[in-house]
Structure formats: C-alpha cells, structure tokens
Design a protein around this ligand. Structure first.
Ligand code: GLA
Length: 391
C-alpha cells in the first residue's frame, strides 16, 4: 500500500496525501454457475485484491490511472460517457455513471473531480473477480470521498449495475456480494433467489484454500458466459411449463426435469442437469461444512468440476489436469475450477500443513504436461472493502 501511495504521486503529482482503499477478490468454493439461476453459492473474500488511492481535485475532472496501464484516462464529471470504451476503465466508469444516474441524480449533482490510481495484487481475468473487486472498491472510495452515505448493500448493488448495464456482462449477483458482504473466517452463504445471507465459519486451523492459476487467458469468457446465461433461461422456459410454481431454474424438481429431458434440446438439457444437481450438491456441501467434514466438502467440489466439464462445458484441459491431480493428493480434499471457467484458476481444499506437498504435486504434473509452471498460492480470508489508514 505504501508503494501504491508513492506511485500515486509519480502519476498525479505532489499535493495532499491520497486516501487509500483496499477491496478484496473472492474465490467461490460451492455453487458453480448457480447465482444467475437463483441457486445458493458459498464464496469467500481473499487477502488479495485492488488498491485504490484517491484525492479530491478543485475542478470537475476525474483522472483515472492504473498501475498496469501508463495512459491516464480523463473524464469530465458533467459529460460522463453513455457507453463503454472497452478498456479497464469501464469498471470504475460504470460505477460512476450508475451512481450519477441512480444515487446522486443528474451528473451535475456529483461532487468534485478526483485523481485516482488503481493497482493491486490480484491476478486479472483469472476467475478471482478482479472486476467486482474494482467496482465495489470504487463504490466505497466514491462514497467516502464524496460523502454519499451509502449503505453496504447500496455499494454492492451499484457495483452490480455497473458490470451489468455499463460493461455489459450478464453476471449474477455472487461476486459483489462475496466482496461487499465478506466476513473473515467465514464462507458466505448467499441464496441468490431472495438475496439472503448467512455466515458459515470455516476452520482455518484445519483447512487451507489453495488457488492454482493455469495462466490460460479466458478470451471467450464474456461471450460464452452470456451464452450460458441465455441457455439456462431457455431451459427454464421449457421446464416451467411442467412446474408452474417455479420462478427460476433452481426451483425445477429433479423428477420434472427427468420426465422432460428426452424432449428437450440436448445442450439445454445438459445445462439444466448441471444446475439442478449443483443446487443439491451445494446444500450437501453446506451440511458437510457445518458437520466439520472436509472430506465430504472436497468430494462435492470434485463432482462439481466434473459436471462443469461435461455438462456445462466451461472447463479446459489445464483445469481438468489440476483437479485430477488434486484428487490423487493425500493432503487435498477436492478441487474444482472457480469463477466462470474457460481457463483461470482452480480452488483446492487442503488439510492445513499439507500445502507444500499438494503444491509440489500440482506443479510437477502440470509442468510435465504443459511445459510450464502454474502459479500456486494459499489465500487467507479477508474482512472486506475498507479504507486503509496506515500505509
Ligand atoms: C462469474 C460471474 C459470477 C458467477 C460465476 C460462475 O464469476 O461473474 O456471477 O456466475 O462466474 O459461478
């Protein structure tokens, strides 16, 4: 953070010290592709994320810079763009545009300009929710500097609208909730049908969360992700005719699905089959967590991965190899791809103390097959977005 503050001065020049904020990323352990189908999910915030340094200006300019991109983007608060510019800056811009439209009223009602620098230690585009981390962090930073007095849920919702409306990804609600409502030492139980929340303790003295980055860039992630969302909506349209009470795919009973499967488009049927079983598995994983049974949790994860691979078709050979390798490691309980898939990371549940052995197996097997090392890291939990008062 101190380095980030110093970089802010290099970028925006001397002046009063900027205020510093941190917003974590998240890793999802259970409930793969359930959030936009109304199902439950169990993510947790991680101790890597986005750093934001910001300082007020005396004019009405927003000058936004990134530690990853030397070009400073300048926007007039009174002439906010109506559409995205297809760069990283779309995420913070989306939050500003949504705040202007829905919280603060017309653009002119927004307080004064800001110099901002984004950075962080979260791998970008790897399924650890760098985008929601930026959006929720931006909402907190603007709330603090502009004195908007938003609630935590206001910030979560504005971040979600920024991604959905401005950036144009039909993402579910999981990521901004996982970040904005984080509690250290807990998995968040988020029921995406009614947006209710519970905190389920995870025993960090017994369990480690190991994340392995395949380094495979998720080039098709946004378009393929939106396709899965559409396919699930179509599957639900067919299935609801036999289940009039259902309001989302999560509500379709297994027997209804099985009686209609034969008459459905086979791809849509596969997508629905994943969702319906994944809902059951997520409730099962919750029971295992509450009963202190990591072996059961790990089995659910590995089954989830198989379903995401074969029925939902969002995996790739690199992810599959890591999950298969983890399944053969004595210190690992189970693994699955995390986030949207199509590359990115796996998450592995590991017995505390066995991380190195599991890491060595994953690296050796991956290197043998693909000729390069994946990045393997243990992530600890995080209490959620906050202002950092001592750099
Ligand atoms: C992405 C989306 C989330 C969720 C996951 C899949 O991370 O942003 O809303 O749908 O994929 O579980």
């Amino acid at each position: 953070m101190a380095a980030h503050a110093a970089q802010f001065v290099d970028c925006h020049g001397p002046g009063p010290d900027p205020r510093l904020f941190f917003s974590p990323g998240r890793v999802n352990l259970f409930g793969g592709h359930l959030d936009y189908n109304g199902g439950p999910v169990m993510p947790t915030a991680i101790d890597r994320g986005t750093f934001i340094a910001a300082r007020s200006r005396s004019d009405r300019l927003l000058r936004m810079a990134s530690a990853y991109d030397p070009q400073v983007v300048e926007v007039d608060l009174d002439q906010l763009p109506a559409t995205r510019v297809s760069k990283w800056v779309d995420y913070p811009l989306g939050v500003i545009v949504e705040l202007a439209a829905q919280v603060a009223g017309p653009g002119s009602a927004l307080p004064g300009g800001l110099d901002i620098l984004y950075g962080g230690d979260l791998p970008i585009g790897s399924g650890l929710s760098s985008s929601a981390s930026i959006c929720v962090g931006t909402a907190l930073m603007l709330d603090s500097l502009w004195g908007l007095e938003l609630s935590n849920l206001d910030r979560v919702r504005v971040a979600l609208r920024a991604e959905r409306h401005f950036v144009g990804v039909q993402c579910g609600i999981m990521d901004p909730y996982a970040i904005g409502c984080a509690r250290e030492g807990h998995l968040l139980w988020l029921d995406c049908k009614d947006e209710s929340i519970e905190y389920l303790p995870i025993d960090g003295t017994q369990l480690s969360i190991l994340v392995t980055n395949t380094g495979v860039q998720r080039a098709l992630a946004a378009s393929e992700f939106n396709r899965r969302v559409d396919q699930c909506a179509q599957a639900f349209d067919t299935l609801r005719s036999s289940s009039p009470e259902a309001t989302c795919l999560r509500d379709i009973p297994l027997d209804v699905f099985e009686s209609m499967r034969g008459s459905m488009d086979p791809v849509l049927a596969d997508r629905a089959e994943h969702v319906i079983h994944e809902v059951r598995r997520t409730f099962e994983a919750r029971e295992h967590l509450l009963a202190g049974n990591p072996g059961g949790m790990g089995e659910c994860m590995t089954q989830t991965h198989e379903s995401l691979r074969s029925l939902y078709q969002v995996s790739c050979p690199e992810l599959d190899l890591l999950v298969e390798t983890a399944a053969g490691c004595p210190g690992a309980f189970g693994a699955r791809l995390t986030g949207a898939g199509f590359g990115g990371c796996t998450v592995t549940l590991v017995r505390r103390g066995e991380e190195r052995d599991v890491q060595a197996s994953l690296e050796a097997r991956f290197e043998g097959e693909f000729g390069r090392r994946p990045q393997v890291e243990v992530f600890e939990g995080d209490p959620g977005p906050r202002e950092i008062t001592s750099a």
